[in-house]
Design a protein around this ligand. Structure first.
Ligand code: PMP
Ligand code: GLU
Length: 392
């Protein structure tokens, strides 16, 4: 009965673990949840008020497929002022989260069998969305000693006549690595010369701790013409449940993206759009405060890990994840999937939830999200240390 695409699809591991934690909590268990990448901060009051006002003002009817003009103007202003890249409001399509943005982008670009370069480790949903639109994910593995960041020379052997695009996540989920300006330029310029489209997922742009974030489209007009910028409010404004993301790209493509979206969801919730507009328009002290908090947590974790036997990690420059290398216990644990087994043990025996690296294409790793309170982080690390000591 099921299509091949449906049969081939793996469910989202991040959301799956989150659901498992919630059901354990409903049974009365106390879990320290460092699995899901969801800010522990609350949606800003200005956004909440704007959402309530939208309801009171009856902004509860159908709107434009690509999103309200007012919100698209605000996004265009943000992209110009914060990222130094100029888009007209009509180049923007507002979506129901960045996942929806990725889906319409890949739907617009791929014919069946077209290939998409996906750097490994990758965020869990990329290969599945590519497959859902009948594309072929082509995985290119980065080197751990280079923080998994790829160079053009590493990607080149994987390019074929069918390669249409590359998905770049900057900063990266799950590693936290950031491509800074020179690295980004060196990777992207030759790819664009070869005609590839860059799907640039910039959802963690505001969580960069050790340098300046550069939006790929700001590098040159040629690169901009080959980029679909993907972003959203989930992480930057702590608005995961409101489901607002967006794409920015050249006008003709933007029109197609809006048309595809019109058939899929009509448009994102009008109430959420008003809340997102208020969040984007409000001053940014919240953002600075959050970034400082995340940085504090990251520094604490990296410092603590120095004393944990058998654990290594890529030093994350952004996002809110640490990707823990647990390959040292592979011989001891003896399971088909190391990361699944260690995550299961940590959850069952130590009540700590992390995400298995296998979901990101890297079974030697576990992903720890530090979008959580310092108390939870400290307690979870203490338990992970006990686990690792026992596993030696
Ligand atoms: N891209 C990356 C890299 C993510 O980590 C996530 C998870 N939030 C998304 C996209 C999807 O975000 P959204 O909530 O906007 O769908
Ligand atoms: N992106 C976040 C994560 O990786 C949230 C869950 C999801 O959308 O996958 O945990």
């Amino acid at each position: 009965m099921l299509s091949k695409r449906a049969r081939d699809m793996a469910p989202s591991m991040t959301l799956g673990i989150n659901a498992k934690v919630k059901s354990l909590e409903a049974e009365g268990k106390t879990i320290i949840d460092l699995s899901i990448g969801e800010p522990d901060f609350l949606t800003p009051d200005v956004a909440k008020e704007a959402g309530k006002a939208a309801i009171d003002n009856n902004m509860t009817r159908y709107g434009p497929a690509s999103g309200s003009l007012a919100l698209r103007e605000t996004i265009a202003k943000k992209l110009k002022e914060e990222n130094g890249v100029e888009y007209a409001p009509t180049d923007i399509v507002v979506t129901s989260g960045a996942k929806h943005a990725l889906t319409i982008a890949l739907t617009a670009l791929l014919d069946p069998g077209d290939e998409v370069i996906i750097p490994v480790p990758y965020w869990v949903s990329y290969p599945e969305i590519v497959k859902l639109v009948e594309g072929v994910p082509v995985f290119v593995k980065g080197k751990k000693e280079k923080d998994f960041k790829l160079t053009f020379e590493e990607v080149a052997p994987y390019l074929s006549e069918k390669t249409k695009a590359i998905i770049l996540t900057n900063p990266s989920n799950p590693t936290g690595a950031v491509y800074f300006k020179d690295e980004l330029e060196a990777l992207v310029v030759p790819l664009v010369e070869k005609g590839l489209m860059i799907l640039s997922d910039e959802i963690y742009e505001r969580q960069v701790y050790d340098g300046d974030f550069v939006s790929v489209a700001s590098l040159s007009p040629e690169i901009k013409a080959h980029t679909i910028l993907i972003n959203g409010l989930s992480k930057s404004a702590a608005m995961t449940g409101w489901r607002i993301g967006y794409t920015a790209t050249e006008p003709k493509l933007a029109k197609v993206l809006g048309d595809i979206s019109s058939h899929l969801v009509s448009h994102p919730s009008t109430v959420s759009q008003e809340a997102a507009r208020a969040a984007l328009e409000s001053a940014q002290p919240d953002m600075k405060h959050r970034r400082e908090k995340y940085k504090e947590r990251r520094d604490y974790i990296l410092d603590f890990l120095k004393d944990v036997p058998g654990i290594g990690c890529v030093a994350p420059e952004g996002a809110f994840y640490v990707f823990l290398d647990i390959s040292s216990v592979r011989d001891k644990v003896k399971a088909e999937s190391l990361s699944l087994q260690v995550c299961e043990d940590l959850l069952d025996k130590h009540q700590v939830a992390l995400v298995p690296g296998i979901g990101f294409g890297a079974d030697d790793f576990l992903r720890l999200s530090y979008a959580a309170s310092m108390d939870d982080i400290k307690e979870a690390l203490a338990r992970i240390k006990i686990y690792m000591e026992q596993a030696q």
